[in-house]
Design a protein around this ligand. Structure first.
Ligand code: 26V
Length: 825
């Protein structure tokens, strides 16, 4: 590679890299190389990689500024990045060199990679999807930036108390230096809350008073895989506008003097740990408004550099709203255009509705955002006025289309009537956006048929699309499963830099399903990954698991709709069945290791209770000598991106067993299948499309379909039938819990009661079919191991669709209208 004059070359020889690392040890860290620990060595290595990233980052941003291509911005309150070092090395193509350099310095690169802590700025699927999309955006050479918040505390760490329940601990991830961010003390914006908004005619108003907070930018470089592009994730930190109140300070009132400080800094203190559940907290609304206002100010400042009329704003800018969390950006853009830039209301609305795009990630009613009107009036008085004005014009248009339809107006209003009134954010996002999409075919269909049905009638079908989620094959195959990735490369005779960017090339693996030598190599890699996980479980939990067993994994947020309950009840059923056998019979059974992992929202009683029951059931079963090497149950605490990277490559089967119609997509289902695990699941979310791609022979489906759910719920409510009649097998399981087999039954009674008495998520309806599906899994695994391996090869070879590269290109081409922009050196 030739480098332009004046540009520092990226060190890419082993000796250059060694020098760079030593330089950072001695200079930046001011330490001695001879008594450095792994953490110090990690930091020096990270700083050296950061130098490389910054060179490419600067070049990328300079070329964007010079050529001014249209850009897209991904607004997400969550970016669940995990670790960065390994990913950066692989994307930059420098891993081998760094391995040699660190070895020369007396370190093992993998240990240094393990010294990094996760950036857990997200709850689960939604935040991890945002992280995959940034990776794909940079890899596909798209001018795409992310905007989020720089939480000082990420998602809480999960501990398990002696009684088996979840304990939460803070995650002060920034306490150790973060080499992956670049503070931009010069990129700041003022953001206002509270105060008073006075209308001055023509739809305009003046907003004054209240509290002003400073947003400070921190940039996180996002390297593409095997490209020159390094994009940007800009995270906002909140700072008080004035250091402290000098008057109070001089009057000796120190507490008062720092009050405003701490109030500002609270804003970006912590990520809200709820997933799929809305809580109307003032601080959360302020986080949203703060982040939207700062991001839009930044986007507008950049647009002003091109010196074009406002009407051309949508030709330079597209903004994707990751769920409704950034919806306040819609009235905020209106406010900036109308109040501050003097754009007439109608023109401003035309610009706004061409700029935004909204992705819905859930149809669960309790997760749909709605904010109390009094709260919004208090925190964002001007935005509430604008929302009312948007609503007025919108309802007039509805009235013109369907005159005298009062019910329809009430259904479609941005304001839900009642005491208090609420602002319905999904409706605001829908009418303020050019396109609305769901995240898998079934989910997009449900969005159109249920929550946004009236809006489809009003706007027409073409505004409502589907973009099925995807995952980045760099992190979720090459990085987490190098053995498999290398074997694939050998087999299909394509360089990694080619197939990892066009995952449909995996198709070329299909013929190898008939190659017995290849089958053995493939199976050995899975076995080694299982050994690796077994080691982790032994070291961290002291539990011995046999890698010959079938590894059965369910890892995701703990939620009633995801039905970890069904899995656990199935495990207990298995236990009872095994206990009823003679020891000779038992010896013939295929051994299983059932692994659970996931966090419960701290305020979610039922989810936390279920964790406690899982942990205590595991203790009972694992302590039972009859179960030794036959059934082992493991709850892996503190599930995270980094743990997922160990768990996913080690699965034989993974469970995605939500009540049909409740899981919008799921993305770990894709990761497991991409790593040669098979899927046990319901006909829900992206499971359906996975089955379509890999062939339904290669997945294990069970349970009622979405169509049946409504009727079943109706039956439960109005014609309840006792569990004893509905499923004797399940009744026997519940009885064991109630008799105290897994600890004091009074503790678990609320759980048993929800299953017995309401069962909103239809565990009783799906239980027998679930047990049946598990038998099929056992049979397939034991009776013909070679056939099983074939299935896994065919599955991997057909997973091309689920690359996030495909998803991001769909957004780029069909929504944002942005083009690939190669960075030239
Ligand atoms: C909603 C809320 C409501 C307000 C308080 C905090 C909070 C935090 C997160 C959410 C998002 C809920 C939606 C969500 O996470 N959906 C998941 O999105 C994944 C990516 O599209 C998808 O794979 C999962 O199926 C879906 O549950």
């Amino acid at each position: 590679k030739t480098w332009k004059a004046g540009m520092r070359g990226i060190p890419n020889t082993v000796s250059d890299i060694t020098n760079a690392i030593v330089y950072h040890v001695q200079s930046t860290l001011a330490r001695q190389a001879y008594n450095l620990d792994n953490l110090g060595a990690y930091q020096a290595v990270a700083l050296s990689v950061r130098d490389d990233l910054i060179v490419k980052w600067n070049e990328t941003q300079m070329q964007y500024t010079r050529k001014q291509p249209k850009r897209a911005y991904y607004l997400s309150l969550e970016f669940l990045m995990g670790r960065t070092l390994d990913n950066a090395l692989l994307n930059l193509g420098l891993k081998q060199q760094y391995k040699a350099a660190t070895h020369k310095l007396g370190f093992n690169l993998e240990d240094l990679i393990d010294a990094e802590r996760d950036a857990a700025l997200g709850n689960g699927g939604l935040g991890r999807l945002a992280a995959c999309y940034l990776d794909s955006g940079a890899t596909m050479e798209l001018p795409l930036w992310g905007y989020g918040l720089r939480y000082h505390y990420g998602l809480f760490a999960q501990h398990i108390a002696p009684d088996g329940s979840q304990l939460e601990a803070p995650d002060p991830w920034l306490d150790t230096d973060n080499p992956w961010e670049i503070p931009r003390q010069d990129v700041t914006y003022d953001v206002r809350f509270y105060g008073h908004a006075e209308r001055i005619g023509n739809g305009k108003a003046v907003w004054t008073g209240g509290q002003e907070v400073l947003a400070v930018a921190y940039d996180v470089p996002i390297p593409g895989y095997s490209t020159n592009t390094v994009n940007n994730l800009r995270l906002w930190d909140a700072k008080p506008k004035r250091g402290f109140d000098l008057n109070s300070f001089n009057a000796g009132d120190y507490d008062r003097a720092i009050q405003e400080n701490s109030s500002a800094e609270t804003l970006t203190r912590v990520l809200y740990p709820n997933d799929n559940h809305m809580l109307g907290k003032e601080l959360r609304l302020k986080q949203q408004a703060f982040w939207c206002a700062a991001s839009l100010s930044d986007i507008i400042r950049r647009f002003k550099q091109v010196e074009k009329p406002w009407s051309e704003f949508p030709e330079y800018v597209s903004i994707q709203l990751n769920d409704t969390h950034p919806t306040i950006a819609i009235p905020e853009l209106m406010r900036m255009l109308v109040d501050e830039e003097d754009v007439p209301w109608g023109d401003a609305w035309a610009i706004t509705t061409k700029t935004f795009f909204y992705t819905n990630h859930t149809v669960l009613p309790e997760a749909l955002e709605k904010w109390p009107v009094p709260l919004m009036e208090h925190v964002l008085p001007r935005h509430l006025q604008i929302i009312y004005d948007i609503n007025m014009a919108f309802l007039q248009a509805v009235e013109r289309k369907w005159p005298n339809d009062r019910e329809r107006l009430a259904r479609m209003s941005l304001i839900q009537e009642g005491e208090p009134k609420y602002v319905r954010m999904a409706f605001l996002a829908t009418i303020g956006s050019a396109k609305v999409n769901g995240v898998a075919e079934l989910h997009s269909h449900l969005v159109r048929e249920t929550i946004l049905r009236d809006f489809v009638d009003f706007f027409g079908k073409s505004k409502f699309a589907n973009v099925t989620n995807g995952v980045t094959p760099r992190r979720w195959l090459d990085q987490c499963n190098p053995g498999l990735s290398n074997l694939i490369t050998d087999a299909i005779q394509k360089p990694k830099a080619v197939w990892l960017k066009d995952l449909t090339l995996l198709k070329a693996l299909e013929p190898f399903a008939e190659d017995s030598v290849f089958l053995k190599k493939w199976a050995l890699i899975k076995h080694n990954n299982k050994k690796h996980l077994a080691d982790y479980i032994k070291t961290h939990l002291g539990i011995t698991v046999n890698p010959q067993s079938l590894f059965d994994i369910q890892i995701k947020r703990i939620h009633e709709y995801k039905r970890q309950s069904l899995n656990l009840l199935g495990v207990i059923h298995r236990y009872l069945t095994l206990k009823a056998m003679t020891s000779t019979e038992r010896k013939k059974v295929n051994p299983r290791v059932v692994i659970f992992g996931g966090k419960a929202a701290p305020g979610y009683f039922m989810a936390k209770l279920l964790i406690r029951l899982i942990v205590n059931t595991a203790r009972t079963i694992n302590a039972d000598a009859d179960m030794k090497d036959i059934l082992t149950v493991v709850f892996v605490p503190d599930y995270s991106v980094s743990l997922a990277e160990i768990l996913i490559p080690a699965s034989d089967i993974s469970q995605h067993i939500s009540t049909a119609g409740t899981e919008a997509s799921g993305t770990s289902n894709m990761k497991f299948c991409l790593n040669g695990g098979l899927l046990l699941g319901t006909v829900d979310g992206a499971n359906i499309e996975i089955a379509e791609e890999v062939d339904s022979n290669n997945v294990f489906f069970f349970g009622h379909l979405t169509d049946a759910v409504e009727d079943l719920r109706h039956q439960h409510k109005y014609h309840p039938i006792p569990v004893e009649e509905r499923s004797p097998a399940l009744a026997a399981v519940l009885k064991e819990i109630e008799e105290g087999r897994f600890g004091d039954p009074t503790i678990y009674q609320p759980f048993v009661d929800t299953i017995r008495l309401s069962d909103y998520y239809l565990v009783t309806d799906d239980f027998d079919s679930y047990v049946e599906a598990n038998k099929m899994v056992d049979d397939a695994y034991v009776k013909d191991p070679e056939e099983w391996t074939k299935k896994t090869i065919l599955t991997v070879s057909r997973m091309g669709k689920f690359s996030s590269d495909r998803a991001i290109m769909t957004y780029a081409e069909e929504f944002w209208n942005i083009e690939q922009f190669a960075i030239k050196f």
